[in-house]
Design a binder for this molecule. Structure first.
Ligand code: ADP
Length: 264
C-alpha cells in the first residue's frame, strides 16, 4: 500500500510537466550532459519552460553547465525546489546535496536508488513544457528505477554516441534496455562527428570504420536526430555555464543542436 501511495505522489509531482525526455549514453565522456544541457538551453531560447533533473551520480556536471556550481538544495513547504539559472531554467542536481561532488561516486545501489526515488517524489516542479533528465552512463539499476518511477510520463529517450565502434556497440545495449524498460526511443545523436577548425576546415577525427551512427541507425531502424561537431565555443559555453545560443554566429554546432531540438 505504501508503494501505491508513493506512486500516486510521484504522479502528482509531475502533473504540471508536459514532456519528460531522458538522455542516455553507454559510457562517460561522450557528451551526454552536454547534449542534455544544450537541449535545455535551446528549448529555453524558444521560450519553452524547461527543467533539468541531474541524476548522473558518476559525475554531476550539470550544475557547472548552468552556472550553479555552489548551489544547495532549497526546501519549501511544497518540497525540494529546483534552482533557477539566469536563463530561467529550473535545475535539480544530486550535486546540490553533496558537500563534495565526488562523494556520491562510492554510493552503492540501494542508496543511489533511494536518492533517485526521493528526487522524483520530493522535488516540486512548477509548470514545465520539458523536463530533461541527465542519467548516469550505462544501463544500470538506476535507469530501471527512473523508468519505473516515471513510467508513462516519459516521452522517450535520446541516445548519445560518438562515431567510434566502441561507442556504437553501447548504443545497441541502450536499445535493448529501452525495449526492456518500455521506454520509447526518440533517436540517436552522434556527438563529436567532426572537428571544425577556426580556419573552417572540417576533420573527421573519430572516423568510423563501419559506417558510424548513420549505418547503425539504418540497421536498427532508429532515427538519427543529428550530428554534432566538436566545437570549441560549445566547450567554452559548457565550462562557463552559459547558453551556447547567445552566440552571434550561426555555427554548424548551433544549427545541429537546433535541428535536434526540432525533432523532439
Ligand atoms: P558525458 O556526460 O557523456 O560524460 P560531457 O557532456 O560531460 O560527457 O562531456 C565531456 C567533455 O567534452 C566536456 O568538457 C564537454 O564540454 C566536452 N564536449 C562534449 N561534446 C562536445 C562538443 N560537441 N564540442 C566540444 N566539446 C564537447
Amino acid at each position: 500500500r505504501q508503494e501505491a501511495a508513493e506512486l500516486k505522489q510521484i504522479k502528482e509531482r509531475f502533473e504540471n510537466v508536459k514532456h519528460i525526455i531522458l538522455v542516455l549514453s553507454g559510457k562517460g565522456g561522450v557528451g551526454k550532459s552536454t547534449i542534455a544541457a544544450q537541449l535545455a538551453y535551446s528549448l529555453a531560447s524558444q521560450d519553452f519552460k524547461v527543467g533539468v533533473l541531474d541524476v548522473d551520480i558518476t559525475g554531476p556536471s550539470i550544475p557547472k553547465m548552468f552556472g550553479l556550481e555552489d548551489e544547495r538544495i532549497h526546501e519549501t513547504f511544497l518540497g525540494w525546489s529546483p534552482v533557477f539559472n539566469s536563463d530561467n531554467i529550473a535545475v535539480m542536481s544530486i550535486a546540490f546535496l553533496l558537500s563534495h561532488p565526488e562523494n556520491a561516486v562510492i554510493w552503492r545501489g540501494p542508496k543511489k536508488n533511494g536518492l533517485i526515488k526521493q528526487f522524483v517524489r520530493d522535488v516540486y516542479w512548477d509548470e514545465l513544457d520539458y523536463l530533461i533528465v541527465d542519467t548516469p552512463p550505462g544501463t544500470s539499476d538506476e535507469h530501471l528505477s527512473i523508468a519505473s518511477f516515471l513510467e508513462e510520463k516519459i516521452d522517450g529517450a535520446i541516445l548519445v554516441t560518438t562515431p567510434q565502434e566502441v561507442s556504437l556497440l553501447d548504443v545497441r545495449r541502450e536499445v535493448t534496455f529501452c525495449k526492456k524498460a518500455n521506454v520509447n526511443i526518440i533517436g540517436v545523436v552522434e556527438n563529436m562527428s567532426s572537428f571544425i577548425c577556426s580556419c573552417g576546415h572540417e576533420s573527421v577525427i573519430f572516423k568510423p570504420t563501419t559506417g558510424g551512427a548513420e549505418k547503425m541507425c539504418q540497421e536498427m531502424n532508429l532515427k538519427l536526430l543529428g550530428k554534432l561537431p566538436l566545437d570549441i565555443s560549445l566547450r567554452e559555453s559548457c565550462d562557463l555555464g552559459i547558453s551556447f545560443f547567445n552566440e552571434v554566429n550561426e555555427s554548424k554546432a548551433i544549427r545541429a543542436l537546433r535541428e535536434i531540438t526540432e525533432t523532439i
